[in-house]
Design a protein around this ligand. Structure first.
Ligand code: NGQ
Ligand code: ZN
Length: 452
C-alpha cells in the first residue's frame, strides 16, 4: 500500500486541497480531501491524472533529427517515409528494445503514464519471420517491463504497399503478414504481456495497407479490445482512397466498419465538417499527434467542428521526433490558432483551453488504450503525475488556471513524480533506471548508426 499526500489534486469534480490518496495493487482505493498527512505518506505538490500517450512508433525516435534537410525538390510526408523505411531496414531486435526503453523512459519523465505502441516492425529485413513469430513484440514488452510504463500493445496488420492492393515494396516486407499469421502473432503475444495492467489491441495500419475484406476478417477474429487505424493523414491518401473505394477515408470507415468506443482514429486530419461530426458521434477517439503532424506537414486537425459535436480525443507522439507532453498539447491548440487567426479555439463553456485539452486527453487517451485510468477516481489505475506549481511559470496562477499555465507557460520540467498503475517510476524528475536505459541506448544507437 502507498499513500500520496498532495497539497492539491485535480479530482474529477474539481480541485481539492490536502488530498490523501491510497493505492492498493496499482489502483486508487481511497481519496480523502482536507486530510492530514498520514505517517509515511509521500508528499506531492500538485497531483494530476497522468495521460496515456495513445500513439507511438518507438523505433522512429532513433532517427529524430536525421530527416530535417532538403532531400527532394519538395520534401513531403512521402519523401520522409522513404527515408524512414530505409532506416527501419537496419534495426536489430536488441536495438528495438533499447530504443523502446529510452522512449518509454522519456514519456514517463514527460508525465505520461502509459503508451499505445503501434507496432509494425515484425520480421527480419526481407520479411522472413524470426524464430519466434512475436520476437519484436517481446522486445517491446521487455522495454515496458524495464521502464514500468503502462503498455497497450497494438500489433499492426500491414498487407499492401498502397491503396488498391498494391504489392508491398521490398522495404515494407518486415511489416507484412496475411490475416492468419497476424492473428497468430497477436494470440502468441497476448499470452506474454509484461505487466498486470498491460493490454493488447489490434491495429489495421491504414486503409492503404489493408483491404476491406482483410479489415473485416481481422475485426471478426478480435471482437473486443482496442482497434487503432491511421486515417486521413495526407491529402494524397484521401484522393487514393476515394479513387479506389469511392469515398473519403473517414467517410468510408464509418460506413463500412463497426466504429465505436473501441476505436482510435489516428490523425483524422483531413475531414469535412460532416465527417468530423459523424466521427464524434461514433464514440471513437481521435488520436491527435500535433508535433508529428506539424513535422511531417500533415495539416491541422479540424478541432472546432469535432469539439462542437462532443468528440473524444487524446494525444500521441507518433514518430517521437520530440517527446514532450506540454509541447504536444500546446501545438494542438496553436495549430488551430494559426489556421483560424484567432485565440482559445479548443474550449467550450468558458473553461480554460489547457484545462479542456489536458483533462480531455487524459480521458480520451485512457479510453483509446482500453485502460481504466484518465481521472483520479477510486477504482481506477493509479496513473498519476505530480508537478511543482511553486515554479516561477506557475506560482502566480489561480488553481483554475494551473492547467492553462502547464500547457502554455511551463514545460515538462515541472513534472516531479510519475506513477504508472501505482509504480513510482519517476522521482524528482528522473526515471528510476535512467542511467541504465541511456547507457544501453547509446550502445545500441552507435552500432545502428554505423550500419546506416
Ligand atoms: C507509420 N507514419 O506507420 O510510421 C507511418 C508511415 C506508412 C505516419 N503515418 C508509414 N505518420 O504510412 O506506411
Ligand atoms: Zn503513426
Amino acid at each position: 500500500m502507498t499513500v500520496i499526500f498532495a497539497r492539491r489534486a485535480r479530482l474529477s469534480n474539481g480541485w481539492a486541497s490536502n488530498v490523501s490518496i491510497t493505492i492498493n495493487d496499482g489502483r486508487i482505493s481511497e481519496i480523502i480531501a482536507d486530510s492530514a498527512p498520514a505517517q509515511g505518506a509521500f508528499h506531492a505538490d500538485t497531483l494530476l491524472p497522468a495521460l496515456s500517450n495513445l500513439h507511438s512508433h518507438s523505433f522512429q525516435r532513433a532517427m529524430a533529427g536525421m530527416t530535417e534537410y532538403k532531400s527532394a525538390g519538395r520534401d513531403s510526408f512521402w519523401t520522409w517515409r522513404d527515408l524512414m523505411y530505409r532506416f527501419a531496414q537496419a534495426i536489430r531486435p536488441e536495438e528495438v528494445e533499447a530504443i523502446a526503453a529510452l522512449v518509454f523512459m522519456e514519456m514517463l519523465e514527460a508525465g505520461y503514464a502509459a503508451v499505445g505502441e503501434f507496432h509494425y516492425l515484425h520480421h527480419q529485413p526481407g520479411g522472413a519471420p524470426y524464430a519466434a513469430l512475436d520476437e519484436l513484440s517481446q522486445r517491446i514488452f521487455a522495454a515496458a517491463a524495464q521502464t514500468g510504463v503502462g503498455l497497450t500493445h497494438l500489433p499492426v496488420l500491414y498487407i499492401y504497399g498502397g491503396a488498391g492492393k498494391k504489392p508491398p515494396s521490398a522495404e515494407q516486407a518486415r511489416f507484412c503478414n496475411d490475416v492468419d499469421r497476424f492473428n497468430r502473432l497477436v494470440e502468441t503475444a497476448r499470452g506474454k504481456l509484461p505487466l498486470e495492467d498491460s493490454a493488447i489491441g489490434i491495429a489495421p495500419h491504414s486503409l492503404r495497407a489493408t483491404a476491406p475484406d482483410d479489415l473485416a476478417a481481422a475485426l471478426g477474429a478480435h471482437p473486443s479490445g482496442p482497434v487503432h487505424i491511421h486515417i486521413a493523414e495526407q491529402p494524397k491518401e484521401v484522393d487514393d482512397i476515394r479513387a479506389w473505394l469511392g469515398a473519403r477515408p473517414v467517410e468510408w470507415l464509418l460506413a463500412n466498419a463497426p466504429v465505436d468506443r473501441r476505436w482510435c482514429a489516428v490523425h483524422a486530419t483531413h475531414m469535412t465538417p460532416g465527417e468530423a461530426a459523424a466521427l464524434a458521434r461514433s464514440g471513437a477517439v481521435a488520436g491527435l499527434c500535433p508535433i508529428t503532424e506539424a513535422n511531417l506537414g500533415d495539416g491541422p486537425f479540424i478541432g472546432p467542428a469535432y469539439l462542437e459535436a462532443g468528440g473524444a480525443f487524446g494525444v500521441g507522439s507518433d514518430s517521437n521526433v520530440r517527446i514532450s507532453l506540454t509541447e504536444e498539447l500546446r501545438m494542438l491548440e496553436y495549430s488551430q490558432r494559426l489556421r483560424d487567426l484567432s485565440r482559445n479555439i479548443l474550449t467550450r463553456d468558458g473553461a480554460g483551453v489547457g484545462e479542456t485539452i489536458y483533462l480531455g486527453a487524459a480521458r480520451g487517451g485512457a479510453q483509446a488504450l482500453g485502460r481504466n485510468a484518465g481521472a483520479i477516481e477510486a477504482g481506477r489505475l493509479a496513473d498519476l503525475v505530480a508537478m511543482d506549481a511553486r515554479t516561477p511559470a506557475l506560482c502566480a496562477l489561480a488553481e483554475s488556471r494551473l492547467l492553462d499555465g502547464l500547457c502554455f507557460a511551463a514545460d515538462d520540467r515541472v513534472v516531479t513524480d510519475v506513477w504508472s498503475a501505482g509504480r513510482h517510476v519517476v522521482k524528482s524528475g528522473r526515471h528510476v533506471v535512467r542511467d541504465n536505459v541511456i547507457a544501453r541506448y547509446e550502445t545500441a544507437i552507435k552500432s545502428l548508426a554505423a550500419r546506416l
